[in-house]
Design a protein around this ligand. Structure first.
Ligand SMILES: [Zn+2]
Length: 322
């Protein structure tokens, strides 16, 4: 009998040790609502892609506020702390988020799964587009560096690339949360099918257009143009950096007249001053193309997302290229 009491006491002691050992351990994952994985996305499109794959099985945060022009945004110390608590961090890469490397280097979270969604995509060189239709004017002004634009980062504007990005996100979610792998796989499959349909629509509709040249707000459409045989000429560079020089303005005006371009595409998140000035000088109309870098809260509340915005873009392109 005494022996048995001893045995029970030992058991309790062991158990207590195990339990406190467990609770003391700083390695225990503190997860949010209902044990869902915590996912942080670097800007709107990454958020939207993660939402399409993760649905209601993840706690998802876009660290960039709605309506922000993404190229010049940087996270605050509070944002960085938040990313440090995540299970999965989704970003585009290819120079879209020049702050990522520094931030990830400062985070001490060994279990954080980092997804660079452009990793398996063949990147277009950034400098290629600076040379095009562009004779000699140096765009590198004081305080502006092309360091972060070695490649054109806007991969997501080609549906084929978007599929690769969603696949990378799906793979990460399956790894971080294998219990829900079937759910993530199904969402990826559904969205991949939708992207194939979107790609087909762009290809068929744009092949019917006689014109191929577009004038855009900033050089966001390299992948889209390459995929569907269009050519972009931009008012601003790859990272929506600055107002164009008078020489660049004159060049664009000349180009619009020469190519008989009827529409100048601006962006809601850029200043309308320059597009309006060019429009009044050439008689072209200002319309909008959305590079999906950041939707406004108003647009998000209206239910806009990747597919609906891309179809709006297709309609705008068709009208401009008739
Ligand atoms: Zn951009």
């Amino acid at each position: 009998m005494r022996r048995r009491i001893k045995w029970v006491a030992l058991m309790i002691l062991c158990l207590a040790f195990l339990i406190t050992g467990c609770f003391d351990s700083s390695n225990v994952k503190t997860r949010g609502d209902n044990d869902k994985i915590n996912v942080y996305a670097s800007f709107y499109t990454m958020y939207d892609f993660a939402k399409k794959i993760g649905g209601d099985r993840i706690n998802l945060t876009n660290i960039m506020p709605a309506g922000t022009e993404p190229h010049h945004w940087e996270p605050s110390p509070k944002d960085i702390l938040e990313i440090g608590k995540a299970d999965v961090f989704v970003y585009n890469g290819a120079g879209m988020e020049p702050w990522v490397e520094k931030v990830l280097g400062s985070i001490n979270n060994k279990s954080l799964l980092v997804v660079e969604t452009s990793k398996n995509i063949e990147l277009i060189s950034g400098s290629h587009y600076h040379d095009e239709d562009h004779d000699g004017e140096d765009e590198d002004k004081e305080g502006h560096s092309h360091e972060d634009t070695e490649y054109d980062p806007h991969v997501w504007l080609s549906p084929k690339n978007a599929k690769k990005q969603m696949e990378a996100i799906k793979d990460a979610f399956v790894k971080a949360d294998p219990e829900n792998s079937e759910y993530y796989e199904k969402n990826f499959k559904d969205n991949a099918e939708k992207l194939d349909i979107l790609d087909k629509e762009f290809r068929e509709e744009l092949s019917k257009c006689s014109k191929k040249d577009i004038v855009v707000g900033h050089l966001a459409y390299g992948y889209l143009c390459e995929e569907y045989g269009l050519k972009q000429n931009a008012i601003e560079g790859l990272s929506a950096e600055s107002e164009p020089t008078p020489a660049r303005m004159a060049e664009i005006v000349k180009f619009i007249k020469k190519k008989d371009i009827k529409v100048i595409f601006s962006e809601k998140l850029l200043s309308q001053k320059v597009p309006n000035a060019i429009a009044s000088e050439t008689g072209a109309k200002v319309e909008f193309l959305n590079p999906l870098g950041g939707l406004s809260q108003e647009e998000i509340d209206a239910g806009k997302e990747y597919f609906s915005v891309m179809r709006e873009n297709l309609e705008a392109l068709k009208k401009a290229l008739e």
